[in-house]
Design a protein around this ligand. Structure first.
Ligand SMILES: [Zn+2]
Length: 221
């Protein structure tokens, strides 16, 4: 089996996403890039996460041509391959239909800086796409239009969330943080009579992010 370890990571991240509640049923899909071959392992179409094995995961290239696997790849494969092709920095993609991210995608053009954690890890805002036709290259194009060279997440209008990372750990963390921020934002709007809540001061965001990048974690020394 081609890229067995990579395919197993796609199985594992599906179970992790299910456990933390960012996906349910068969919704959502994930992909991971192999840096040596440039090929991408992507979840199969319409299979419940607990039933997926490494052999069910499909290996494709960045043009969407199947290289190995007996299953049909995710119906949203063009979304994954178009982003992998356009942004070499992206190693892993987690796409979910997370509830609060989807709510925000219907009422705003961006998720504003509502939580300190989002500004530190992701940046000042998470953009929302125009409406894209799911399962077609138009969907991928709608994300590429909204995604800049540093973006780590995009909200998909009337659909959900897509998060990026160098690996699945990072992409899953980003998906969780964006969903939490979207939840706080929706509740804050409701608690504030629909008026915009207080946001993280824009002038402080570059410093917050730089300090986080420089100091967070245990370091590698
Ligand atoms: Zn979707």
């Amino acid at each position: 089996m081609l890229l067995g370890a990579l395919r197993q990571q796609v199985v594992d991240v599906g179970l992790r996403a299910l456990a933390v509640g960012v996906v349910h049923g068969t919704a959502g899909n994930m992909s991971l890039r192999d840096r040596e071959t440039g090929l991408v392992a992507i979840s199969p179409s319409g299979m419940p996460y607990p039933s997926v094995t490494a052999a069910d995961v499909v290996v494709v290239d960045v043009d969407g041509i199947i290289r190995d696997g007996h299953r049909k790849p995710s119906s949203e494969m063009p979304l994954h391959t178009m982003i992998m092709k356009a942004h070499d920095r992206v190693g892993a993609i987690v796409h979910t239909h997370s509830h609060y991210s989807t709510v925000v995608s219907t009422i705003r053009d961006e998720l504003p800086p509502i939580l300190t954690e989002v500004t530190q890890v992701i940046g000042p805002r998470v953009p929302v796409t125009r409406y894209g036709i799911s399962g077609t290259p138009d969907f991928g194009a709608s994300v590429l239009e909204a995604l800049d060279d540093e973006g780590m997440a995009v909200l998909l209008r009337n659909h959900g969330l897509i998060a990026f990372g160098k690996d699945f750990d990072e992409a899953l963390m980003v998906a969780g943080i964006v969903e939490e921020a979207a939840k706080v934002y929706v509740h804050a709007l409701a608690a504030n009579g629909g008026r915009e809540p207080r946001l993280v001061p824009a002038n402080l965001i570059p410093g917050l992010r730089a300090r986080f990048v420089a100091t967070y974690g245990q370091g590698t020394a």
